[in-house]
Design a protein around this ligand. Structure first.
Ligand SMILES: NC(=O)c1ccc[n+]([C@@H]2O[C@H](COP(=O)([O-])OP(=O)(O)OC[C@H]3O[C@@H](n4cnc5c(N)ncnc54)[C@H](O)[C@@H]3O)[C@@H](O)[C@H]2O)c1
Length: 352
């Protein structure tokens, strides 16, 4: 019998990658998406192209047009499918957008997660449940770490963080943005279904997740949007921190590979910081250089003195816990390779 995986946000960057990855490994993939990204971000955020790509290329992919805020709809679908695995990727993903639509943000990120994990408890409590969480659960607390200013980037001056931010870092008493707060709620709920009910859940606190299938917009999807601006010669706005703010970037396929490892040997109520780690980190200024090397075009950009509220100055994930729990997993895609794939994808999509 074919195993079934239920993936929410299946038309988005991570959901679509996880769909293809598990499909290739023999799963029946039940995707859930309602193209809400186009409502959050306008036509530039539309993910229908990705939904259609999955439907036309994956024989055992089924699309379910469902809003995860629809509690009864979620309960009914999970009861009907009794999936062997649930990967929850649907979200309102932007800080700045959350401040404009706080009810939609919380209802989607916190309420939608509760709908899904409670549906799982009722219908398939033994099935691994993975939540795509975020490093914004740490709020702006990482900004209190002493930093060194290098020529093109900030870096941690405190040797305690030489490997990056660990999962033990405080999520409390810092500024999160409303998005970070709704994701904290989701993260803690999913941990609780592990700890309290013994379900095999984990929260993956993502750094910058990226890849060729992102519908990058100014407010979300930093590398995808930066490359798109580079190719179109459109001005990219840098928000504060001298453009030296650091992000660790992980290719969506390496995210899917970790989820696969977890599903094969699930643990209970776990949290992992999932990013590219220090080796795949770059500042915005460094990203311009990498994009220019891949496209042959210089980035057009402008600098605004104000940083985004709650934005990290320097963030990269400590990957040691992931590597120690799942030694078969590691990063396989370098930052350079990832950027080349994003360039290639935008070339195709901008022409189409
Ligand atoms: N991309 C990143 O850099 C990043 C970083 C950290 C965490 N994350 C988290 O990873 C997850 C996936 O991110 P992504 O980059 O793939 O996002 P994405 O926006 O590309 O995909 C999310 C998908 O969910 C869908 N969706 C949103 N609300 C919905 C709803 N109410 N009902 C049904 N579908 C809905 C959207 O239409 C979209 O296709 C999110 O939880 C996000 O917060 C992403």
């Amino acid at each position: 019998m074919m195993k079934t995986i239920l993936i929410t946000g299946s038309s988005g960057l991570i959901g679509s990658e996880v769909s293809a990855f598990f499909h290739q490994r023999g799963f029946l993939v039940q995707g859930v998406d309602n193209n809400q990204r186009a409502i959050f971000f306008g036509p530039q955020g539309d993910t229908r192209w990705n939904q259609q790509r999955l439907q036309s290329s994956l024989q055992n992919f089924r699309h379910n047009e469902l809003d995860i805020r629809d509690r009864q709809g979620v309960l009914d679908l999970v009861q009907q499918l009794e999936p062997d695995v649930i990967v929850h990727c649907a979200a309102q993903p932007s800080h700045d957008r959350a401040a404009v639509i706080p009810f939609d943000d919380f209802d989607t990120n916190a309420g939608g997660t509760l709908n899904l994990v409670e549906a799982a408890r009722r219908s398939c409590p033994e099935s691994p449940f993975v939540l795509m969480s975020t490093n914004k659960v740490y709020g702006d607390a990482p900004n209190t770490i002493a930093l060194n200013e290098l020529e093109t980037r900030w870096d941690y001056a405190d040797p305690a963080y030489q490997h990056g931010i660990p999962e033990t870092f405080s999520i409390d008493q810092s500024k999160h943005s409303l998005f970070g707060a709704s994701k904290v709620a989701a993260d803690v709920i999913v941990q609780e279904y592990g700890r309290y009910f013994g379900m095999p859940t984990c929260c993956l606190r993502g750094g910058c997740l990226t890849g060729p299938n992102h519908s990058g917009v100014e407010l979300h999807g930093f590398l995808s949007y930066l490359v798109k601006c580079n190719l179109e010669g459109r001005e990219y706005k840098v928000f504060g921190y001298k453009g030296k703010q650091v992000r660790d970037n992980i290719h969506s396929e390496d995210v899917a590979r970790f989820i696969f490892e977890f599903v094969n040997a699930p643990r209970t109520g776990e949290v992992y910081n999932l990013g590219g780690g220090k080796d795949n980190s770059c500042s915005v200024l460094e990203a311009f250089e990498l994009a220019a090397a891949a496209t042959g075009k210089q980035q057009v950009w402008t600098y605004l003195d104000d940083h985004r509220i709650g934005d990290h100055i320097c963030y990269y994930s400590d990957l040691r816990k992931m590597r120690s729990h799942y030694p078969a997993w590691d990063i396989t895609k370098s930052l350079r390779q990832t950027i080349e794939e994003i360039v290639e994808s935008w070339h195709r999509r901008l022409v189409a």
